[in-house]
Design a protein around this ligand. Sequence first.
Ligand code: S3P
Length: 451
Amino acid sequence: MCAVKAPPSYGYAFVTSHRFMPTGPLTGHIRVPGDKSISHRSLMFGALAVGRSRISGLLEGEDVLATAAALRAMGARIERDGEDWVVDGVGVGGLLQPETALDMGNSGTSTRLLMGLVASHGITAAFTGDASLSKRPMGRVIDPLSTMGASFTPSPGGTLPLMMEGMQPAVPIEYRLPVASAQVKSAVLLAGLNTPGFTTVIEPIPTRDHTERMLRGFGAELTVEEKDGERTIRIHGPADLHPCDIEVPGDPSSAAFFAVAASIVPGSDLVIENVGLNPTRDGIFRVLAQMGANIDKLDEREVGGEPVADLRVRHAALQGIEVDPEIAPSMIDEFPVLFVAAAMASGTTVTSGLDELRVKESDRLSAMAAALSASGVTLEEREDGLVIEGSGGDPLRGTANAPVKTHLDHRIAMSMAIAGLASQGGVEIDDIEPIATSFPNFAALLEAASS
Ligand code: S3P
């Protein structure tokens, strides 16, 4: 590992580069950290309940810690208690005016969901973030939350830093999502918690449903109707939330890196324990299976209201496929690592309908196209997807001189680390620090599984 000087646009003095080298088989049993989406929501809903919630398995990544810090700044008490976390909530309607700006770091989920909460409280808040988050579109939440009565002063282009003022009481709305986004859905539903009457979100394409499942568990009056593939979600406010004990299952998005690694590194036989397999999140495992991956679900069970299993993943010869764009929302964060699997498959993999990937922590289509090309992969970048020619199982060339650019995006860094395992000369990543936003022990687990 070596420290190199960061380009000035990063805003950091130093970044940490690392070369991920080819490895032997991945074997044994590992357990990935708690689900990021559920961890954020556990803290937020705990902070809005009256009384003490206890959370086990909380992801202690930087994104989730940013949510915790913001909720503390608005009056909730959040502390680690041994292996667990405890949250003493202020009750719906009880959020206090934060005295300083809420620093959201790299986290779009913290930002958009907390904007929803603030929108129906009579407080003002400033939201700031890092260079990556400050480029991401906030208009998608500003629009519906403005209709509910909140007012916003964003930076030009509708980005962070921004100031907002909530409205209490806010106005209930019926909102049809123009983009398939669980964050936008959740922002409106969370604003609805403290809005008198029914707030309705219509979701033409289903996205992750942790907000709905968990809010019901916390006692909110929330209904979901499904008709012709469209979901209508209604929440009644103001809601009374009661505290809960929550067990956070392992994050399928983190497990995906190891599922791909074990699939592409010959001789691997790895068990990833306690992986959340909510059907709105498990698309990557379905697509890998279509490509010929050898993934067995062991001990299927329920943890914290979510389907969970241990995944046994063995090396397999993967085949390129055309990925159905309809599956995209259930694996929206897993495309970077799917592209790595595609690079090692036989034949061509075609992906489409992935415009949303351009507004994640980085433009993930262009970042992965550049990183894989620099590692010797033949591909075509299209407006809404990548077309990748697989190596047929032969190791990738790896990077020669310059390290691949991760653009402050944890998932680009981890995906290219996995590419390094299946390369001839290794893949050099320019900055591995962002990995700590979602998967702080990624490198340690990788070492444990491959030694
Ligand atoms: C998330 C929703 C998704 C996902 C993000 C987490 C959530 O974002 O990419 O990592 O917890 O609601 P979008 O809602 O923008 O698709």
